[in-house]
Ligand binder design. Structure first.
Ligand code: SAM
Length: 234
């Protein structure tokens, strides 16, 4: 990878907010999932959570293909998802149009936070609402009842980003160096990363210029794989 690409990935990794995430509860339209993930990347979310239950006829992993800079953890049901988030000491907020909900701008997003967004037609389930810590709402004073889910996500996430930036939370790297190395290799050398996965080889270290800093043995194993593939195709 070029030094410029290396630096760009490094800058992105240095600002990832590991204690801020979203949870998509049966949000299933590919363009909505894609738009939410894109906003997550833009504001520095490292990993999102998703529940895609079969009763909604949603295929697992829907629309996640190209968003390789944001990881996704899938859960069988909303209970499992919220328990996992709370076990990481996160406050879990649910976006919901109700009288109990507080204005989304009144919440402290500098705390470890997960924000749950509901299905396009039905919104968040009763189970999700019961298990979450706080309902939040984006005020609506027009004629339409609700916003598109990806628009709602963008508004809430940029409020979280604003608060965290003011608190200096983008100035301190949260990701471990081991996780940065993994992402640098997979992002900078995707073909070699696939070979490593297929051959169960360890990822090599990436140096301060973005070059692979592997020993001879590692390169020999990669070469052996390349030779084997070439002879199969001959
Ligand atoms: N009829 C559904 C309801 O009452 O929840 C509308 C669902 S809305 C189209 C889909 C999702 O977008 C909601 O579950 C919520 O996550 C988010 N959303 C849309 N408008 C919102 C608003 N004004 N406040 C909070 N969340 C909103």
């Amino acid at each position: 990878m070029t030094p410029e690409r290396y630096q760009r990935i490094r800058n992105m990794l240095a600002q990832r907010q590991t204690d801020l995430t979203v949870c998509l509860e049966n949000v299933h339209k590919p363009h909505n999932v894609s738009a939410v993930v894109r906003t997550c990347d833009a504001i520095g979310i490292h990993k999102i959570h998703a529940i895609w239950e079969e009763r909604y006829g949603i295929r697992r992993g829907t629309a996640m293909g190209s968003e390789r800079w944001v990881g996704v953890d899938t859960h069988r049901n909303v209970g499992n998802a919220i328990r996992a988030l709370k076990s990481n000491d996160m406050q879990v907020l649910v976006t919901h149009l109700s009288d109990k909900a507080v204005d989304f701008r009144e919440v402290d997003y500098t705390r470890p936070t997960a924000i749950l967004f509901g299905q396009e037609k039905y919104g968040a389930t009763d189970d999700a609402i019961a298990l979450c810590d706080q309902e939040i709402v984006i005020p609506m004073v027009g004629m339409v009842q609700s916003l598109n889910v990806s628009v709602a996500a963008a508004l809430v996430l940029y409020e979280a980003q604003r608060q965290r930036q003011n608190a200096g939370m983008y100035n301190k790297q949260q990701l471990s160096e081991a996780e940065c190395q993994r992402i640098l290799f997979e992002g900078g050398y995707p073909v070699l990363a696939k070979v490593c996965k297929a051959r169960d080889l360890p990822y090599p270290p990436i140096d301060g210029q973005g070059n692979i800093a592997a020993d001879e043995g590692w390169w020999e194993k990669i070469q052996a794989h390349t030779n084997a593939v070439a002879s199969l195709n001959a």
